[in-house]
Design a binder for this molecule. Structure first.
Ligand code: ZN
Length: 262
């Protein structure tokens, strides 16, 4: 009787262990300092450093791929806009070209996540403008002092995007680079918005508010989003509660005055 009674409990123990295995693996990954999918946002350098003109890459795209498979950023010397989607990293240069980043290219600023949405919902279109999109996102994902990652796949009747030209030393501040931006107006394009919302209290690490980059389904057009209308699509929301900041090892970073403006 005892033997037959023990057998089911052993089976139960094994089943419990197998059910718990994913949890144990995630816990193990967290202990090993690995980014946790759907929770960790990895930040290369800081927005404060970028604003001051620290554009020398210190992290390779091979390294960045170990921090996330989704996100945005730029390249060594501010050589265009970066958008990462489904584990591929794209470079949208100021000449309008889009190419896949090589593993040895470097980034001076990037925000990436192993994207694992908490929620996916149909995006109730039409959304008339970027301001309307921000208002809609604030409604479905109310700001709560934790960052969000957003992915929107859809049809965009009108889209205004930009890229910036590669800079040479001595690097000008970010505002001067943005003044050199090249802007494209796109019509009826299908693609994805990849972006983040960061809370005000993380200012300095990242730019507070919404920040989106776009890439077309055919991967021929990409850039930083200035305005967008959306006919309809799908919105995926990933609320993040872990932040890893990878600070540069460059001499320029070590000696820069990164204190907030008075
Ligand atoms: Zn951008």
């Amino acid at each position: 009787m005892l033997g037959t009674a023990r057998r089911p409990s052993r089976r139960f123990a094994l089943r419990s262990f197998l059910l718990l295995l994913p949890v144990l693996l995630v816990a193990l990954a967290a202990c090993a300092g690995q980014p946790e999918p759907g929770r960790d946002v990895a930040q290369v350098s800081t927005y404060a450093a970028l604003e001051k003109g620290l554009y020398d890459g210190d992290t390779t795209y091979a390294q960045l791929a170990g921090m996330g498979d989704f996100g945005l950023g730029t390249f060594d010397g501010m050589d265009g806009e970066m958008v990462a989607l489904d584990g591929r990293f794209y470079q949208a240069r100021v000449d309008g070209s889009v190419r896949t980043a090589t593993r040895t290219q470097e980034t001076p600023f990037a925000t990436v996540t192993f994207f694992k949405p908490d929620r996916t919902l149909p995006l109730a279109g039409p959304v008339a403008s970027y301001d309307d999109l921000k208002a809609y996102l604030a409604q479905v994902a109310p700001p709560a002092n934790r960052p969000y990652a957003f992915r929107i796949d859809g049809v965009f009747p009108a889209l205004k995007i930009r890229s910036v030209p590669k800079q040479s030393e001595p690097y000008p501040p970010l505002a001067d680079v943005v003044a050199q931006q090249v802007v494209w107006d796109l019509k009826d394009v299908r693609g994805s918005l990849v972006g983040y919302w960061f809370p005000q209290h993380l200012a300095g690490i990242n730019a507070p508010g919404y920040h989106f980059h776009f890439i077309s389904d055919d991967r021929q057009v990409a850039g930083h989003v200035l305005d967008a209308s959306i006919a309809g699509g799908t919105l995926a929301i990933d609320e993040l509660d872990q932040l890893t900041v990878d600070l540069p090892h460059t001499a320029a970073f070590a000696t820069a005055d990164l204190s907030p403006k008075p």
